[in-house]
Design a protein around this ligand. Structure first.
Ligand code: ZN
Ligand code: ZN
Length: 258
């Protein structure tokens, strides 16, 4: 499989995953024009997309859905029923949906997809495990807490995109309203660096080769803080061969093959 994260953070999220001729996008959190440009910058033509999967109905994950569907009406939009309904009511995209049940694996071209339920304040949010050719990619961001579903999927991954949203001290010191701080820290908010690093410690993922940290808060985190939280855990576990990267909001990440 090959992976390009086109952008990650509260300003917009989208991921491109390819295996053979199958090209999947996870989320459309940018305008169509921006999505097309970012894909083109990675040498990918947006016309080649096989299907788009949505994690949840927050605008930083679905704001490009309406224009994408208008321009490329034959590309299936894939989600569970509650997420599809919520995105349809926000964007007016009422057709073109392909629905799945959380936890039930399905095939999209060469890739086997399993969605797992996560804890976040959206209609029915999910993370994904993509499997092809003996490799597997975990995608899990926008999670208030780590659950058993998340641990199970993460422990199978050879490559993972994992949320490391905030540093708890920087969040506390920020001038965000108390209600927003509580939302972010709550059970349906976002994972701190420490929460996410704890997932690694608890699962000790032996097949993991590449870990990409995403949905990093621009105000309440820094790439070096996020990286440090994980580097310490990998050191402790003796997994010093894991390739650790921090994803950006403003530009696509490197190409990863796994
Ligand atoms: Zn988000
Ligand atoms: Zn969200």
């Amino acid at each position: 499989m090959r992976l390009r994260v086109l952008g990650s953070g509260s300003g917009g999220n989208s991921i491109a995953v390819r295996s053979g001729d199958t090209l999947l996008l996870v989320d459309l959190g940018f305008s169509f024009k921006e999505e097309k440009k970012r894909l083109a910058d990675c040498g990918v033509d947006i016309e080649d997309v096989t299907a788009v999967l949505f994690t949840h109905d927050h605008s930083d994950h679905c704001k490009g859905a309406a224009t994408f569907h208008k321009r490329l009406p034959d590309v299936p939009l894939v989600a569970n029923g509650d997420t599809a309904d919520a995105i349809a009511s926000q964007t007016g995209v009422n057709d073109g949906w392909m629905l799945f049940e959380n936890g039930e694996p399905f095939e999209l071209g060469d890739i086997t997809v399993t969605a797992f339920s996560i804890s976040h304040d959206a209609a029915d949010p999910v993370g994904y495990l993509f499997e092809a050719d003996g490799s597997s990619l975990f995608v899990g961001t926008d999670m208030g807490v780590v659950t058993a579903n998340v641990r199970m999927a993460f422990s199978r991954a050879t490559c993972a995109v994992l949320e490391a949203n905030h540093d708890p001290i920087l969040l506390e010191q920020s001038d965000r309203p108390i209600s927003l701080k509580q939302r972010i820290r709550g059970r349906t908010g976002h994972l701190s660096n420490e929460d996410a690093a704890m997932l690694v410690r608890e699962t000790n993922p032996l097949c993991l080769k590449t870990l990409l940290l995403g949905h990093i808060s621009s105000e309440c985190n820094s790439p070096s803080l996020a990286r440090r939280a994980f580097a310490d855990v990998f050191e402790e576990l003796g997994h010093t061969d894991v390739d650790l990267s921090v994803l950006e909001q403003d530009s696509p990440g490197d190409l990863f093959e796994f």
